[in-house]
Structure formats: structure tokens, C-alpha cells
Design a protein around this ligand. Structure first.
Ligand code: COA
Length: 433
């Protein structure tokens, strides 16, 4: 590597607007950094420079910043292609200004590497360089690092406040074509409040988890409740797509050690991190935390190398066959596939592995059952009935793996909300007797 990277850094430093003007042309395919590592100065500059541009495709998943590039004024200039919706992108999707790309999370880097989506420009957000001139992708390694490695041009916001995290998570400054220094706090994601129902689900899931298990656990009230209920466990490990403050507390209290892990021994391995300022301070230069691209972290073959892998995820609806809708309610796309199927499959490959889909038995203030006789017309099945294992609600957990259609329907009714059980039983009678 260059011994004179400081000179390179100085000579490639510019403003966000100048970088956009120099790097982006009409028809380009742009990949944006992900989630809390959203390159928001570059998004704003793209908005300011929009009149010059037509048909620029912009790809990302979550975007936790002001989404300038998703504004109505960008129509014709920018076509967003998203792989996960959140509150910032749902309005643009409903207005039909966003197209959605279906795929499993672990596949995304292969789209860039194989030229399905040739990356013209990557807009990324990284840490300041270390002494050798390496910047860290910090809280989002996921598809961002592979996209930067495939890109013709890399434009990087070098953020003073981006934590430096190791693993396979570094890029040398000499690979950055345009450097835009910023000093911006990372967006904080507050924990979801844990109600009585989530607490009960947490307790039920925790009963399925043993000392020494390796966990994949997502974001939200149910994952946080599960973690809180694991206070008595020893030597838990983490191999996870993402994590948040709950995992930090489990490391600090000594319950997560990674001591029994059969892959990335004693390390907390992840691909995305989001949470509070306290979490961002905790992970900065923390040698226990390692970040890897999502084609490693979410590859079912890699996940399966962890013995006793337990994945815990959620869903919106499940039918009596065990078909799971996690990303759409009927025709309405709500989020994305993410790594759900990756982890269901990975946990199956793991010696002693288990997967849990946990959710409240009802939605919309108790008016709707999430366990339904059939999914609504046009529903997207995220996890097929052959993928699922444990299903948990506040009324208990059932293991669908190995059950016939009739058996699994009866098992699911046993954990449905009592108000909806008669209707579900009537559907079972009609279908199976
Ligand atoms: N019918 C109608 N509305 C429903 C519904 C149903 N069956 N189920 C949920 N909803 C509504 C809720 O009421 C809520 O609406 P509100 O925000 O107005 O209250 C909204 O949909 C979201 O439901 P909620 O249970 O709060 O979702 P969540 O934020 O806990 O997220 C998933 C749950 C399934 C959407 C989320 O886990 C996901 O996207 N999963 C797929 C990706 C994945 O699993 N990745 C794994 C690794 S992290």
C-alpha cells in the first residue's frame, strides 16, 4: 500500500457537490451505503445536481437519514431500486416512484460481482483512516463493502464519528476516488418499548435457548425481550446479520462470551449495527466485535458452521400450512426479505440448530389474527412452509418441523389468540375432515 496515503487523502478531498458532479453521469447505477451508514451529504448533493441527470438508478436497503434522493422532484432524474422498505422509503414506494428488488440478503453482493447490476458509483460512509491508511466501513459492512469493491468510482464520506470496527471491514484510502470529510453523529435508533405481550414472548423463546448457543437476533421489542430473558444463560455467542443495544448489554453483563462458538470463536460477528450513542462508543475499536460482508454472514453454509445456531426472527402473518408472510401485507410491500430465509436455512444446517419465528398473536389492536386460514390474495410468502421450525406467540411455541399439514394447523391454532381459535378450527374442519 502507499506509504504516502496522507498526500493521496489530501489531494482527493473535495465537497459532496463537487464529488457528485465529477463522479455521476446520466444512466449510471449507484449503490448507497446502508442503514445508519447512509451517505446523507451525498444524497443531498445528488438532489441539488438533479437537473443535469436523467435515469440514474439508485440502489439501497434501509436508509436512516433524510432521503433527498427519494423526493418527488427526483422523478425522471433518479430511479430508486430498493431491497427493503422503511418509514423513509414507504411513501415513495406507495407513490410508485420506487421499484423493489426481491432477493435474499446474502445474494446481493453476487449481483454486483457478476454484473447483474454493474456498479458505476458507490456512495459510502466510512471512518477516518487508521495509521496505515485503512478506513473502516464501521456499522455497515453488509452489501456496502462488496459494492465499493466492485464500483468503477468510489465516493466516500469520511465521517469523524463513524466507529472503527475490524473483521473484513476495511478499505484503504487509496481506493477512494473522492473523499468528502464529514463530522456527523450517527443516527440513533431508540429501543422499542417492551409491553407485557412481548415480555411473555421473550420468556417463551428464552426457554428454547440453552447455555452455549449461538444466536442470530434482529431488532425490535421481541428480540430485546428475548435478550432480557436470557440473563441466566452462560457463554452465549452471536453470529448475526445485525445487532443493537440489547446485545451490548449481554456482552457487558458477561452472558455473551462466544466461548463455545465453532466459528469466529470468542467474537461477536455481524454485518450491520444500529442503536444508541452508547452502543456506537462501545463498538469503536472493540476487538470482540467483527464485521463481515453479508455474503459471508448470511450464507446458509457459513451460518451452518456454527453448532447450536438459534435464529430468532418475526413475521406479519402465517397461514395454517406454515407459510410465512414477513415482508408484505397482501399486495402492500412493508419491508423486505432481509436475511430471514438465510438464517432459517442456516440454522437447519447447524448441528443442534433451531429457528424461531416469534410474533404477537394479533395485530391492529387485537382486531386481526396473525395466524390465518389462508394468506390474502397477492401475499408474498417470505418463508415457505418447508423452511419453518419453531413458531412462537404469547400463547406458547410449537415446532412445525416434522408435522403434517393437519398436525401443523392444529399446532398453530393452539398458539393463536383465543378469540380467533373458533374461526381457525372451522377452517381446519372444512379442510381436513
Ligand atoms: N395484518 C395487518 N397489519 C399488520 C399485520 C397483519 N397481519 N401484522 C402486522 N401488521 C401491522 C402492525 O399493526 C404494524 O402497524 P403499526 O406500525 O401501524 O402499528 C405494522 O404492520 C408492523 O408490524 P410489527 O409487528 O410492529 O412489525 P415489526 O416492526 O416488529 O417488524 C417484520 C416485523 C416481520 C415486518 C420484520 O421483522 C421484517 O421485516 N422481517 C423480514 C426481514 C427479516 O426477518 N430479517 C431477518 C434479520 S433482521
Amino acid at each position: 500500500m502507499s506509504t504516502n496515503w496522507q498526500e493521496y487523502y489530501a489531494s482527493h478531498t473535495t465537497t459532496a457537490l463537487s464529488a457528485v458532479q465529477a463522479a455521476v453521469k446520466s444512466g449510471d447505477f449507484l449503490v448507497f451505503g446502508h442503514a445508519v451508514a447512509a451517505p446523507s451529504d451525498l444524497s443531498k448533493a445528488l438532489f441539488e445536481d438533479r437537473e443535469r441527470l436523467t435515469d440514474v438508478k439508485v440502489f439501497h436497503m434501509l436508509y436512516f437519514a433524510e432521503p433527498w434522493h427519494l423526493r418527488p422532484e427526483m422523478k425522471g432524474h433518479v430511479q430508486p431500486i430498493l431491497n427493503f422498505l422503511d418509514k423513509n422509503s414507504r411513501p415513495a414506494f406507495r407513490e410508485k416512484r420506487v421499484d423493489y428488488l426481491p432477493c435474499h440478503f446474502h445474494e446481493l453482493p453476487s449481483f454486483f460481482e457478476e454484473g447483474v447490476y454493474p456498479v458505476d458509483v458507490a456512495f459510502i460512509s466510512v471512518s477516518e483512516p487508521n495509521e496505515e491508511g485503512y478506513c473502516s466501513f464501521g456499522v455497515s459492512c453488509d452489501y456496502t463493502k462488496p459494492a465499493a469493491e466492485c464500483a468503477r468510482i468510489v465516493v466516500a464520506e469520511v465521517n469523524k464519528q463513524m466507529p472503527f470496527i475490524g473483521g473484513d471491514n476495511l478499505i484503504h484510502v487509496t481506493k477512494l476516488d473522492y473523499i468528502v470529510p464529514v463530522d456527523r453523529p450517527l443516527v440513533e435508533i431508540p429501543p422499542a418499548p417492551i409491553g407485557e405481550v412481548e415480555q411473555r414472548i421473550g420468556e417463551i423463546c428464552a426457554e428454547l435457548i440453552e447455555d452455549g448457543d449461538t444466536l442470530q437476533i434482529g431488532i425490535g421489542a421481541i428480540p430485546d425481550a428475548v435478550l432480557q430473558c436470557l440473563q441466566g444463560r452462560k457463554d452465549l455467542g452471536l453470529h448475526t446479520e445485525m445487532f443493537t443495544d440489547g446485545v451490548m448489554h449481554m456482552i457487558q453483563s458477561g452472558h455473551v462470551t462466544g466461548e463455545k462458538k465453532t466459528l469466529h470463536h470468542r467474537k461477536v460477528a455481524s454485518s450491520i449495527i444500529m442503536g444508541s450513542k452508547a452502543l456506537y462508543d462501545f463498538i469503536d475499536h472493540n476487538e470482540m466485535i467483527e464485521m463481515y460482508p453479508v455474503n459471508h454472514m448470511n450464507d446458509p453454509y457459513v451460518i451452518g458452521q456454527n453448532d447450536r445456531m438459534v435464529s430468532i426472527n418475526s413475521c406479519l402473518e402465517i397461514d395454517l400450512y406454515g407459510q410465512v408472510a414477513s415482508e408484505a401485507i397482501g399486495l402492500e410491500q412493508f419491508s423486505g426479505t432481509g436475511g430471514q430465509v438465510d438464517y432459517l436455512r442456516g440454522a437447519k444446517r447447524s448441528r443442534g440448530g433451531r429457528s424461531i419465528l416469534a410474533f404477537t398473536s394479533t395485530a391492529k389492536g387485537g382486531t386481526v389474527s396473525r395466524i390465518v386460514p389462508v394468506l390474502p390474495p397477492g401475499a408474498t410468502v417470505t418463508s415457505g412452509r418447508n423452511e419453518v421450525d419453531y413458531i412462537a406467540t404469547e400463547y406458547g411455541a410449537v415446532r412445525l418441523r416434522g408435522l403434517t399439514l393437519r398436525e401443523r394447523a392444529l399446532a398453530l391454532v393452539s398458539i393463536a389468540h383465543p378469540d380467533f381459535r373458533p374461526g381457525l378450527m372451522a377452517a381446519i374442519e372444512e379442510r381436513f375432515s
